[in-house]
Design a protein around this ligand. Structure first.
Ligand code: 4AD
Ligand code: MG
Length: 431
């Protein structure tokens, strides 16, 4: 008899197998017990028939508590009524670990209760489905960038620079120096691009944002590609191909997770069509004003503005060339207009907001030095970064995709906190 995982059950129909499982729920009557089982790979049902097992086995089945763990043996059968399509007709049960009264019951719980129990909540089917999709997106990310000839260059987490502004930095001591937790690996990726042409990083980034919104995490994971000899248009092409590739892989490889989440793959399929539409910031302001929204040129967009703009399109939409005053110091100035920079944000459909921020990078040493000073940063901390403009400066572009923002959209979740195993939120660092 083979020991298998639930996910492999389709290959063992009408065969006797052994599986290590936990109990998620059960129902029983005098003659039959239905055990809802999970083993980490999938969820399915075990059927215990009183007249097919010995008395003690049926008794154990009836008294198992939620989340107790056990070895189960039995025969795999097709079960066309269940989503999974297979079940096990139980022959024997060998308890491994008893469970105390489990706090997360099949009834509804409030979000704070669930977040307090995130270490256990991970076992439930929705978090399991979301994090399965997260894993697929990470896998597909490596596939995409390896296929396209990118080298992964890891950026440090402890750093002395602040690419995304000084207001939301996590400060720490680094022996005798000041240090921050990285807001973005970008500046290091730019160094990497000058050494390896096309590079990317994937790692945790930190923003001490005091805003409590559905879109903000304190700790989130970002994928940051950076490409030498590339202008904005080439970078936008990479971005849309990358996003479409991720969505396609989720559709192809995560069908059962999407079904668990009631997320329609046919809706997602629309997002695999490229190119994505592009509008300028100026056009966006125009559209918003015509719709009667209270914005003026120079404002940054909040959630209502981003949602309105995204709603005007079927696919994700690029907003190009924002005002210089509301963007970071490193962006390339526009060749003919002083007030805008060469950059783009990609807005997801359905009100999920910005999933990518990116730009072409400033290449001129003197311009960049000036911008660093204007941003109130100490040029001494950026000497190494300025070196990239002193020794063979070339046009280059890059972007950052927020993994959890992307996942919130693709999974159709309400809140970004659902898409990371252990969310760090304003006022939450437990568990
Ligand atoms: O737009 P941002 O701040 O851009 C950068 O950090 C650039 N240095 C990236 C680059 O060009 N290499 O952040 C990029 C993306 C956003 O579009 C969003 O998806 C995500 O990171 N993001 C957050 N996700 C969750 N919580 C937060 N607090 C986030 N802040 C940004
Ligand atoms: Mg941004």
């Amino acid at each position: 008899m083979e020991t298998i995982s639930i996910i492999d059950a389709p290959n063992f129909v009408n065969q006797k197998v052994k599986i290590g499982v936990w109990l998620t729920d059960k129902r029983s009557s005098g003659k039959i017990a239905f055990l809802q089982l999970r083993d980490g790979t999938a969820f399915f049902q075990g059927v215990v028939l009183k007249n097919a097992v010995d008395e003690s086995t049926f008794d154990v089945a009836k008294h198992l508590r939620q989340e107790s763990s056990f070895w189960i043996t039995g025969e795999i059968h097709e079960d066309t009524r269940s989503k999974f399509g297979y079940e096990i007709q139980v022959a024997s049960i060998e308890v491994i670990g008893e469970s105390e009264e489990y706090p997360i019951t099949p009834k509804d719980h409030g979000i704070d209760f669930l977040l307090d129990h995130r270490h256990l909540w991970l076992r439930s089917s929705r978090p399991h489905a979301i994090l399965t999709i997260r894993n697929e997106v990470i896998r597909a990310t490596y596939e995409f960038f390896n296929r396209e000839g990118f080298t992964k260059i890891d950026a440090p987490i402890l750093t002395g620079n602040a690419p995304e502004g000084t207001t939301d930095l996590f400060h720490t001591e680094y022996f005798d120096h000041d240090a921050y937790l990285s807001q973005s690996g970008q500046l290091y990726e730019e160094a990497g691009a000058m050494a390896f042409d096309k590079v990317f990083s994937f790692g945790p980034t930190f923003r001490a944002e005091k805003s409590k919104t559905r879109r903000h995490l304190i700790e989130f994971w970002m994928i940051e590609p950076e490409m030498a000899f590339m202008h904005q248009e080439d970078s936008l092409a990479v971005q849309e191909q990358y996003v479409a590739f991720l969505v396609q892989n989720v559709i192809d490889h995560c069908a059962s997770s999407l079904a668990t989440l009631d997320r329609d793959p046919e809706l997602l399929r629309k997002y695999t069509k490229t190119p994505y539409p592009r509008i300028s910031y100026d056009q966006a302001i125009d559209m918003l004003q015509k719709a009667g929204m209270d914005v003026k040129w120079g404002d940054d967009f909040g959630s209502p503005e981003e949602t309105y703009l995204a709603d005007q399109f079927e696919q994700p939409v690029f907003i190009l060339n924002y005002p210089k005053a509301i963007k970071p110091f490193y962006m390339k100035p526009h060749p003919t207009r002083e007030d805008i920079v060469i950059c783009a944000d990609l807005l997801a459909p359905e009100g999920y907001g910005e999933i990518i921020g990116g730009s072409e990078r400033a290449t001129d040493y003197n311009y960049l030095l000036e911008q660093i000073k204007l941003a109130g940063l100490d040029p001494k901390d950026y000497e190494w970064y300025l070196d990239l403009r002193r020794y063979g400066s070339v046009p280059h572009s890059g972007f950052g995709l927020g993994l959890e923002r992307f996942l919130t959209w693709v999974t159709g979740e309400d809140h970004v906190r659902e898409t990371i195993p252990f969310p760090r939120l304003l006022n939450r660092i437990y568990p």
